[in-house]
Design a binder for this molecule. Structure first.
Ligand SMILES: [Zn+2]
Length: 361
């Protein structure tokens, strides 16, 4: 099949994205527009130069810390309620246009509040309001995760957990731990995350992206993660793989991001397919489509063309995405039925029968 035809087909698949950062998904044209309109003092206002600060370019060598550095520059453009709401609205609409039907969008209220000292509750409500408006227009099911970065002090982290709990009725379904896993450990956050899990929030932890399988073990056993962001290094320890399988931990994998951060050196070294074939619950996600210049359709194309994902495996990955969502079991069953109706009309293999929709304990 010609590339363009394959792309069109992949775009039409109904998809699930469990791992997408609001702050990493902003359209470049919007960054430029907000920066110019609100006279934001960025390192440069030249479009091509600015692009290097906020997006990964092909000439750049893969590097974890320079990837994370893009988020720091972006923090300056969260300068008004209008800017923040425009960003959230467009990010959700872009996902809808890519045929993402269920999205868990994560955002970091501390990062969004920083430029102007906005109250955490306010910025979060702005994101949620604008996101839900776009979700309605784009006919996409949307929930939110609150991100805490590893360098956050514990008092602030406590406020963010409280915030997530307060916003549950508005669509916040979980907590995410993100940021620099080389210089900051996850375990200081364990009491907070375990408590949040007991109170019903879903827990996902960025781990095993650039540090070893031990960090995946720590995330699951010490912090109580239901899901792991990336987890590519889990393959280094067979005991950790057993743990993931036994506890039905879902891996949120993001191929382009892993190449750009240097988490993996070459696509054919990515453990995505071997892990899927081992029965680990792997899913395919975007991470930061704006910074990385990707979409979920592109990620599926990479898995199909670059790794050899079959059509049966493709529906299995989408099934894992639905089962790994922080949604009640009845809604997951409904999503499977909806997706299967579309797969049938597209002549694609159906999502294998869901025998068991678990609730993690
Ligand atoms: Zn991430």
């Amino acid at each position: 099949m010609l590339f363009q035809q394959l792309r069109e087909k992949a775009k039409r698949y109904p998809k699930v994205d469990l791992h997408r950062h609001l702050e990493g998904s902003i359209r470049f044209s919007t960054i430029l527009d907000i920066a110019t309109r609100e006279r934001i003092p960025l390192p440069t206002h030249d479009p091509e130069e600015l692009r290097r600060y906020v997006q990964v370019n092909e000439k750049e060598l893969p590097d974890y810390h320079s990837f994370l550095g893009k988020f720091r520059i972006l923090r300056q453009i969260y300068s008004s309620r209008e800017a923040i709401q425009r960003i959230a609205y467009e990010v959700v609409l872009d996902a809808a246009k890519d045929n993402v039907r269920y999205l868990e969008l994560r955002f970091n209220p501390l990062a969004l509040s920083q430029a102007q000292g906005f109250p955490l509750l306010k910025v979060s409500e702005w994101v949620i309001e604008a996101g839900l408006k776009a979700a309605e227009e784009g006919k996409i099911r949307l929930n939110f995760l609150i991100t805490i970065t590893r360098d956050t002090d514990l008092e602030d982290a406590k406020k963010l957990v409280q915030l997530a709990l307060e916003l549950r009725s508005k669509g916040v379904v979980g907590l995410d731990l993100a940021g620099d896993e080389v210089n900051y450990r996850a375990y200081p956050f364990a009491p907070l995350f375990r408590d949040a899990r007991r109170k019903g929030l879903g827990i996902t932890i960025h781990a095993g992206e650039v540090t070893g399988a031990g960090s995946v073990y720590e995330a699951v056993e010490i912090l109580g993660a239901h899901r792991i962001g990336h987890g590519v290094k889990a393959v280094e320890d067979v005991n950790v793989l057993d743990l993931l399988k036994f506890k039905k931990v879902v891996l949120e994998m993001c191929l382009t991001s892993n190449l750009q951060t240097g988490a993996i050196k070459r696509l054919d070294e990515h453990p995505f397919l071997p892990l899927l074939r081992l029965g680990i619950l792997v899913t395919l996600n975007t991470d930061d489509p704006g910074i990385s210049g990707t979409s979920l359709t592109d990620e599926y194309l990479l898995a199909i063309r670059g790794l050899g994902l079959t059509q049966e495996e493709l529906t299995a990955v989408i099934r894992n995405g639905i089962l790994g969502a922080f949604l009640p079991p009845s809604e997951k069953v409904k999503l499977v039925e909806e997706f299967n109706r579309e797969f049938e009309s597209m002549g694609l293999p159906l999502i294998p029968r869901v025998e068991e929709v678990w609730i993690w304990r």
